[in-house]
Design a protein around this ligand. Structure first.
Ligand code: ZN
Ligand code: ZN
Length: 209
C-alpha cells in the first residue's frame, strides 16, 4: 500500500461520510434490497466503521430513501454528489425521496408483525380457531399459521379470539411461538391503545410453556 506511512486516522479522515454517484461498475450490491446495482444507477455510499476497517456500504439511492431517509437527507445537505469521482448527471429532488420514505413508512405500518392485537373493524371476521364470528370492535389477535405451498412453508396471518389464543398456539401448524408472546404483542400492536392491548392479554390468560 502506498499510504503505509500515513497514520490510519488521517487516511480515514479523507473519506466523506456519504457519496452519491452513478455506480462505476455493476459489481456492487444494494445492502437494502440485496440486488445488484447496475452500472450508472444512482447509488449512495454510507461510510461504515466496521471491525474490518472503514468503507462504504452501497445502496440504491431510492432504497436508502425508503429505509433510512435521515441519512439520505444528511447526504443531500452535505451535497454528497460532490464526493463522486464523476458527478452524476442529476439527482432526484429531496422532496421526491421524502415522498418515497413516507409511502414506505405507511406500508410498514399497514403490514404489522405477527402476533398483534387489534379491534375488529367489522363483525364479519371469523375466528380461525373456533370458527365463530368476532364481534365488531372486540379485540382480536392476529397469529401466524404455517401453510405449505409446494415445498415452501409460509406463515399466513389468521384472526382469532383472545380466548382462543392459548389453544391455537398448541396446534401443530401454528406459526407463532408462545415464548415471549405478551412482549411481542405489545411491541407489534402499534396504533392500539395500551389499555386495549392489556384487555386482550387478560382475556388471553396464561399461555402454554
Ligand atoms: Zn436496492
Ligand atoms: Zn375463537
Amino acid at each position: 500500500m502506498s499510504d503505509q506511512d500515513v497514520p490510519k486516522e488521517e487516511v480515514e479522515e479523507q473519506l466523506a461520510p456519504y457519496v452519491i454517484e452513478g455506480a462505476r461498475s455493476s459489481r456492487s450490491k444494494c445492502k437494502t434490497c440485496r440486488k445488484k446495482i447496475d452500472m450508472g444507477a444512482l447509488r449512495i455510499g454510507i461510510l461504515i466503521e466496521g471491525p474490518y476497517g472503514t468503507g462504504y456500504m452501497w445502496h440504491h439511492l431510492k432504497c436508502a430513501a425508503r429505509r433510512q431517509f435521515d441519512r439520505v437527507e444528511e447526504a443531500y445537505e452535505l451535497e454528497a454528489w460532490k464526493e463522486a469521482k464523476t458527478a452524476p448527471d442529476g439527482v432526484p429532488a429531496i422532496e421526491e425521496l421524502r415522498g418515497l420514505a413516507e409511502k414506505a413508512d405507511e406500508q410498514r405500518k399497514n403490514k404489522k408483525e405477527l402476533p398483534h392485537a387489534e379491534p375488529a373493524p367489522s363483525g364479519r371476521s371469523k375466528c380461525k380457531h373456533c370458527n365463530e364470528l368476532i364481534a365488531q370492535d372486540a379485540m382480536r389477535v392476529v397469529l401466524g399459521r404455517d401453510v405449505e405451498f409446494g415445498r415452501q412453508v409460509r406463515t399466513s396471518p389468521i384472526n382469532v379470539h383472545p380466548r382462543c389464543v392459548a389453544a391455537e398456539l398448541l396446534t401443530p401448524d401454528c406459526g407463532t411461538e408462545s415464548a415471549g408472546f405478551a412482549a411481542a404483542l405489545r411491541a407489534n400492536s402499534s396504533g392500539v391503545s395500551p389499555e386495549r392491548i392489556e384487555e386482550a392479554l387478560t382475556e388471553i390468560g396464561t399461555l402454554p410453556e
